[in-house]
Design a protein around this ligand. Sequence first.
Ligand SMILES: Cc1cc2nc3c(=O)[nH]c(=O)nc-3n(C[C@H](O)[C@H](O)[C@H](O)COP(=O)(O)O)c2cc1C
Length: 189
Amino acid sequence: MKIVMISGSRNTQGQTARAAGALVDGAMNAGCAVEQIFLPALVIERCVQCEDSGWGICRREGVCILEDDFAAIVSKIREADAVVFATPSYYGDLSECMRAFLDRLRRVCAAAEGRIGIQDKPAMGVCVAGGGGGGSLTCCVSLDKVLNGCGFDVLDMVPVKRQNLKAKLNNLRLNGAWLATAAKMKPAS
Ligand SMILES: Cc1cc2nc3c(=O)[nH]c(=O)nc-3n(C[C@H](O)[C@H](O)[C@H](O)COP(=O)(O)O)c2cc1C
């Protein structure tokens, strides 16, 4: 079983990484291989609304015309048995790179072809408010909305803040084990 963890944080050792890392540990202890992808290290352009209507080829064919790292990540999602999305909470919302990636993914998923390998795939989200601690819940709402819109089977959304990060690590490990179980029940087709 393979899980892909997609992070919207530039800090590979930061608070988002710590929270997502606990979830990943839980999945690995349950027998999953995990690949971690850090979006800030990659090139993810924002959608350019390539047709006059504001839509694009994505709506009909489920692919994006932009040539950057987006398509390779989508392929990894399709090949995985489950996906973890982890983002720092910025202004109570997704980080900019996570937003850019998911804005394009939901367009691709508007087409039936685009949903192949994504529809009903188990997914979890982790949103880390690492400053004052406000905004982890609103960030979770944003992430939950877009992942559901893409067609994922969203098993859980975990809000974390700096003040409760340590206390939540055990729960995140349990979530990882749960995600591994869900991945085993729905292996990638
Ligand atoms: C642009 C920006 C906006 C932020 N907004 C919030 C916020 O609304 N609430 C909060 O608790 N922390 C906020 N922070 C702090 C980040 O959540 C914190 O730096 C992040 O969780 C740390 O994660 P990392 O270690 O993965 O970088 C913000 C940070 C930045 C850079």
